[in-house]
Design a binder for this molecule. Structure first.
Ligand SMILES: Cc1cc2nc3c(=O)[nH]c(=O)nc-3n(C[C@H](O)[C@H](O)[C@H](O)COP(=O)(O)OP(=O)(O)OC[C@H]3O[C@@H](n4cnc5c(N)ncnc54)[C@H](O)[C@@H]3O)c2cc1C
Length: 374
């Protein structure tokens, strides 16, 4: 076995953001940590996302608090682990009057703290990249955007170098019980175990996860190279406002939803909304769509990509050249945005069951590790 001879304090299954967040929370407490992943490097949802650490728009209450705490930890790590912050802040550019009314209501409420509301004219003057027709803008200063495909390897390297976290790559965990993981390379002994399996709810502890009714959400994503620089902030559109709980749960969302049902049926059916997240190399990650199935097919539907690019063109004037396309999946549950199952006192199974793991994992991990009583 390639793992440590003596039992470690905590063994973590999964080297996506949720597993790494638990490794960080444990390592910061001086605990001896082993992370095991079946792949040679993180290759799941955690490297396929926008790297958009979203605060404004998270559902009021626990998720909003987790996002603010996690954003602060990302900022600490940016410094310590050399993770670049590619963008700061978010602009939601409302075009329909119902969307403008919704962002106004959000800005006036408790979660609007620190956000500013722009009239259409102010938004156009401040962001000339926007196509005509924006009726209001919500500018939130709370968000950051990192490039996940760079950030995940850097975070793993930092955990190994700064805290001595051991990584066992290309090692599948086949079973876990109190004090021990069974892996494809032999057993690992550990006082506590955290399973962070992403959207795999069938390999380990399926019975403990069953009450949450987990399924998978499949998303289509694109990387584009616009001819001219886009905004300094992550950009979202009217369609985004009915997807994010912080907006969608407000009473003003009902009017926008009805109008979108009349005007954007195909987009709603494919779960499309717009996020444009820029990278320092001049490209942008653009998406996305949401369809649900226990085993989503791996195929990217061109009609969906075209609708995403049309939404982009509506906000930014023209559809850009596409340089990459991919799909990703994440765990999804109608029962809870974050699932923490306890099959026995020494083990926790943790999955973020909504598309917000990059925004909340660090805070979730702090709570789980605190409760594991190490
Ligand atoms: C396209 C897309 C866009 C998104 N955009 C955003 C965004 O901008 N902001 C945001 O906050 N969230 C976003 N999300 C959600 C976010 O990416 C996820 O919530 C998060 O990455 C989940 O992290 P994870 O560690 O649980 O899963 P994963 O990253 O999938 O990692 C799970 C790991 O566990 C390993 N594993 C599982 N079972 C075993 C086993 N038995 N043995 C060994 N290894 C095992 C897998 O190999 C994998 O590496 C997005 C998701 C997708 C797919």
């Amino acid at each position: 076995m390639t793992g440590p001879d003596a039992p470690c304090d905590v063994a973590i299954v999964g080297a996506g953001i949720v597993g790494l967040a638990h490794a960080l929370a444990c390592a910061r407490r001086g605990l001896r940590v082993v992370v095991v992943d079946r792949d040679a490097r993180a290759n799941g949802a955690s490297v396929r996302n926008f790297g958009f650490v979203t605060v404004s728009g998270q559902a009021e209450g626990a998720m909003w608090g987790r996002a603010r705490r996690s954003r602060d930890i990302w900022l600490e790590l940016a410094e310590a682990a050399g993770i670049a912050i590619h963008q700061r802040g978010m602009l939601t550019a409302a075009r329909r009057p119902e969307a403008a009314a919704l962002v106004e209501a959000f800005a006036a409420g408790p979660m609007g703290d620190g956000c500013s509301l722009l009239t259409g004219r102010e938004a156009a003057a401040r962001f000339p990249q926007l196509a005509p027709g924006v009726s209001a803008g919500l500018l939130s200063p709370h968000e950051i955007r990192i490039e996940p495909r760079d950030a995940l390897p850097r975070l793993a390297a930092y955990l190994a170098a700064a805290f001595g976290v051991t990584f066992l790559w290309q090692t599948a965990v086949t079973a876990a019980g109190p004090g021990e993981l069974l892996t494809s390379r032999g057993p690992i002994r550990a006082r506590r175990i955290v399973v962070a399996p992403g959207d795999d709810s069938t390999t380990l502890f399926p019975d403990a996860l069953a009450p949450y009714g987990l399924t998978r959400c499949k998303l289509q994503m694109l990387r584009v190279r616009p001819d001219r620089p886009v905004l300094p902030h992550v950009l979202m559109s009217d369609l985004s406002l009915i997807r994010y709980g912080g907006f969608a749960d407000l009473p003003e969302a009902a009017a926008l939803r009805s109008r979108l049902e009349r005007e954007a049926g195909p987009q709603l059916a494919a779960g499309i909304h717009l996020i444009v997240a820029a990278s320092r190399d001049g490209t942008c990650v653009v998406g996305d769509s949401h369809t649900y199935d226990s085993t989503p097919d791996p195929f990217a539907d061109e009609a969906i990509d075209r609708m995403i690019l049309a939404e982009y063109a509506e906000l930014l004037g023209e559809a850009p050249a596409v340089v990459e396309r991919w799909t990703g999946t994440y765990a999804s549950s109608a029962a809870a945005p974050v699932v923490v199952a306890a099959p026995c006192p020494e083990i926790r199974v943790v999955t973020v069951a909504t598309g917000a793991g990059m925004s909340c994992a660090f805070a979730v991990a702090e709570d789980v590790v605190e409760e594991l009583d190490l």
